[in-house]
Design a binder for this molecule. Structure first.
Ligand SMILES: [Zn+2]
Length: 442
C-alpha cells in the first residue's frame, strides 16, 4: 500500500519531533537517533529534504573541537549545503554535551562569532559548565542541564549570568543554604527539577518564603530529603504543575498525628510540625488558622495545625490532575538509629490506613507509586480494592528486619493482582537480601 506524500511527510515530521526532543538524551539514544536519520534520508530525495527541514537541534560534543563542528554547518557553500542534512537556517537549538569540565569552550570569541550566523537560533543548551564561562557566551537564552547550588566561595552567583534563563536539574548542596536558595530565585529562572542529595538532612528549600514570588510554579519534579508535613503543605501550594515527587518523612510521627496521638510519639513529634513557625498574615487560610489558634492551646494547637496541613495535602493529592509519580520513604530526622516504633507492630492503626490511603484511592492522575517502609500490605489493599484504577505501577520496599511475615505479605499482594487486572507492575523488595520478593509484570 502506498501512502499519500502528505501523510509520509507528516510521519517524518513526527519522527523529527521525537529526534529533536531526545537530543537531551543523546548519550543514551545516539544509536537509535542515528539509525532513524539514516533510514529516512537514504530512502529518497523527498524524504531527505523533509527530514532536513524538520531537524532543528544541532548537537555539539566536546570530544573534538566544538567550533569546527559548528563551522561545518554555519559556513557551507550553497552547493554543498544542498546535501547537508542539518541546515543552518533550520537550527533552533544548539545543544552542547559533555561540557562538564571548567573553561571547556576552547575558543569563546570564535564560538560567539559562529553563533551569530545561525539566524533562527532560539536556545542554547549546555549540560554542565562554569557560570563564569557561560556568562561570556553572547546569546540571551541559555539553558543549563545540571547545576549544583552550593555556598562554595569560588562560585559565580547566578545573578551575574543573566543569559541563563532555564535550569533542568538543580541540585542542592547538603550544607545549610536556605538563604542562598532564596537569593538564587530572586532572578526569574525556570527550574524543572530540584534534587537534594544528603539523605540525613532536613529539606533546605524554604518553600514558605518562596511561595509569594511564585518562582517554584514551573518545577515539575522534586527529589527531596526529609520533609515535615509543613514543608509538604508549602511545596504543594508552590508547585501546582508538579508531575513527580519523591520525599522522606517520619512514619512514626505521621501515624501519631493521624491517629490523634493514640500511638507512641517519635522523638521528632514535638519538633517538626512547626508549632513555632510564623504564618504569613496576608493569606486567607493563614488568617483562618490564626483565628482558630487563638481558641486552642499547646497540644490541641499541635493537632489542629497538623490537621490543617494534612487536610490540605490530602485534598490536593486527591484532586491533582498532573501528578503521575509519588515516592514516599520512612525516615526520621532525629531517630535514625533506634528504628521505627510502628514496624514492631503487626498492623497499622486502622485510622492511619484510612486517612493515608484516602487521597490515593480518589486520585486519577497518578500512574506509579513507590512506598518504602510499609511492612504490611494493608495500605495497598485499601488503595486497590475499593478505589483506584489508574495506578498501574507499584513499588514497595521493606526497610526493617523486625517484621517477618513476608510470605503472607506476598500472598496478599498476589491475591490482589489476581483480581485487579489494571495493575501491570508490582515490585516488592526485601531488605534482607536486596532481592525482589515479588517481581510482577505483564
Ligand atoms: Zn521521627
Amino acid at each position: 500500500m502506498n501512502l499519500p506524500t502528505y501523510l509520509l511527510k507528516y510521519i517524518i515530521k513526527i519522527i523529527c519531533n521525537y529526534i529533536n526532543k531526545n537530543s537531551n538524551n543523546y548519550t543514551y539514544k545516539k544509536n537509535e537517533i542515528d539509525q532513524l536519520k539514516k533510514s529516512i534520508c537514504l530512502t529518497c530525495w523527498t524524504f531527505f529534504k523533509t527530514l532536513s527541514f524538520h531537524l532543528s537541534v544541532l548537537i555539539i560534543c566536546n570530544q573534538c573541537n566544538e567550533n569546527q563542528q559548528i563551522k561545518k554547518i554555519s559556513r557551507l557553500d550553497e552547493e554543498k549545503e544542498k546535501y547537508q542534512l542539518l541546515k543552518r537556517e533550520n537550527i533552533y537549538t544548539m545543544n552542547f554535551i559533555y561540557h562538564y569540565k571548567l573553561n571547556n569552550f576552547s575558543d569563546l570569541s570564535s564560538l560567539n562569532q559562529e553563533i551569530k550566523l545561525f539566524e533562527n537560533l532560539k536556545k542554547i543548551i549546555v549540560d554542565r559548565c562554569d557560570l563564569s564561562v557561560i556568562k561570556l557566551i553572547e546569546f540571551n537564552n541559555i539553558k543549563i542541564q545540571d547545576y549544583y547550588l552550593s555556598n562554595h566561595s569560588t562560585n559565580v552567583p547566578i545573578s551575574l549570568a543573566t543569559n541563563v534563563k532555564e535550569i533542568t536539574n538543580l541540585s542542592i548542596a547538603p550544607n545549610n543554604i536556605s538563604s542562598l536558595i532564596i537569593d538564587f530565585f530572586k532572578r526569574s529562572i525556570k527550574v524543572k527539577r530540584i534534587l537534594e542529595i544528603d539523605y540525613y538532612s532536613p529539606c533546605q528549600i524554604p518553600f514558605e518564603e518562596l511561595l509569594p514570588s511564585k518562582v517554584l510554579t514551573c518545577v515539575k519534579n522534586y527529589d527531596l530529603v526529609i520533609l515535615t508535613i509543613r514543608d509538604l503543605y508549602y511545596l504543594l501550594k508552590s508547585s501546582p504543575n508538579l508531575k513527580r515527587l519523591s520525599f522522606y518523612i517520619c512514619f512514626d510521627n505521621l501515624i501519631y498525628q493521624l491517629t490523634n496521638k493514640k500511638t507512641s510519639p517519635c522523638k521528632c513529634s514535638q519538633l517538626i510540625n512547626g508549632a513555632n513557625h510564623q504564618f504569613n498574615d496576608d493569606e486567607n487560610e493563614h488568617q483562618i488558622w490564626n483565628d482558630k489558634s487563638k481558641e486552642n492551646q499547646n497540644e490541641d494547637d499541635d493537632i489542629d495545625q497538623f490537621k490543617f496541613y494534612w487536610d490540605f495535602i490530602s485534598n490536593e493529592i486527591k484532586n491533582h490532575t498532573k501528578l503521575t509519580f509519588l515516592k514516599i520513604v520512612n525516615k526520621c530526622l532525629i531517630n535514625h538509629d533506634s528504628g521505627s516504633n510502628y514496624q514492631k507492630e503487626s498492623s497499622f492503626p486502622k485510622e492511619f490506613i484510612e486517612k493515608f490511603s484516602y487521597p490515593f484511592k480518589m486520585n486519577n492522575s497518578i500512574k506509579a507509586v513507590m512506598f518504602n517502609g510499609f511492612h504490611t500490605p494493608e495500605i495497598y489493599e485499601k488503595i486497590i480494592i475499593k478505589g483506584n484504577k489508574s495506578i498501574f505501577h507499584y513499588h514497595s520496599e521493606f526497610l526493617d528486619h523486625t517484621f517477618q511475615k513476608k510470605i503472607e505479605y506476598k500472598e496478599s499482594i498476589e491475591n490482589l493482582l489476581s483480581k485487579h487486572h489494571h495493575i501491570k507492575y508490582f515490585l516488592l523488595k526485601d531488605k534482607d537480601n536486596n532481592n525482589y520478593l515479588l517481581n510482577y509484570s505483564k
